[in-house]
Write a protein that binds this ligand. Structure first.
Ligand code: MG
Length: 276
């Protein structure tokens, strides 16, 4: 009996240690679950190391397929051709809706003093425009009086056309300026009698409820002979010769593209537009 007592006494520490070890095994997983902070898991739902390129690739809807022009100056398949060198009356009229008195000659149309602006019969909002123009080879006049015309977007915002080759004028009135608002970044003019081009990207404005302030202003980018000269500039209002543009802001919808008669015979060709 004495022997059995001593055996139990000797076994007790071993039983206690074993049960402690079991308790530790049971409690350890609970402690491990508490370790990772939940905030880290929500910030990084996907382990960057497990990312593959395909997870960020979107196939649908497929981008529309068009056919570009044979050269960068020729109209792509989704463009509206506004003048192809033949019939001016198809797309253009004067600002009263009457047939234009501008001349069509040798595949070009030429402004006529006193005939007034011409405008497209179609009306546009935001557009990409390609237009080629040529000031007279015989140089007469100076400053604003030499080869003056202009492209008016939505009947309101003028990208100036002028013979600005060796012809100083105010900087926001020379060729490729947004008239009286933004001078071009550089003067990329060719000489008189040489064809030049504008590629214009125009974003139409949106309006606040008061109808006399912009929610988003009109924005214009211009490449003159392939050179960036207006870099997405934001206009403060319509073009005006003497007064500040903000005064003339008024809600409007789509508008015609207009070409200016400023008294100088300026020729145009290869005009096309893409609606954006
Ligand atoms: Mg002008």
């Amino acid at each position: 009996m004495k022997k059995m007592f001593y055996s139990i006494v000797l076994l007790l520490p071993a039983i206690s240690l074993s049960s402690l070890a079991q308790q530790e095994q049971q409690t350890q997983p609970t402690q491990q679950k508490q370790q990772p902070p939940q905030t880290q898991q929500t910030k990084k739902p996907v382990d960057p190391a497990r990312m593959v390129a395909g997870m960020l690739e979107v196939f649908d809807p497929e981008v529309s397929i068009i056919t570009p022009g044979a050269t960068d100056s020729e109209p792509p398949s989704d463009a509206i051709v506004l003048f192809d060198g033949t019939d001016i009356s198809k797309e253009w009229e004067d600002t009263r809706g009457n047939p234009s008195k501008w001349i069509v000659k040798d595949g070009t149309m030429i402004s006529v003093r006193g005939a007034g602006f011409i405008q497209t019969k179609r009306k546009f909002g935001s557009i990409q425009l390609h237009i080629e123009w040529k000031t007279p080879s015989e140089v007469t006049g100076e400053s604003q009086g030499r080869g003056n015309s202009g492209v008016f977007l939505q009947e309101r915002f003028e990208v100036q056309i002028l013979d600005s080759y060796n012809n100083r004028t105010y900087r926001h009135g020379q060729a490729a300026s947004i008239y009286k608002q933004f001078p071009p970044l550089v003067n990329s003019s060719r000489g008189p009698g040489v064809w030049q081009s504008y590629d214009i990207i125009y974003t139409a404005p949106t309006f606040n409820k008061d109808s006399v302030t912009y929610f988003t202003p009109p924005r214009i980018t211009v490449l003159h002979n392939g050179v960036l000269v207006q870099n997405n500039v934001s206009l403060s209002g319509p073009t005006d010769y003497t007064r500040i543009p903000e005064v003339f802001i008024k809600t409007h919808g789509p508008g015609s593209l207009q070409l200016q008669d400023h008294g100088n015979p300026v020729a145009f060709r290869n005009i096309w537009v893409r609606e954006l």
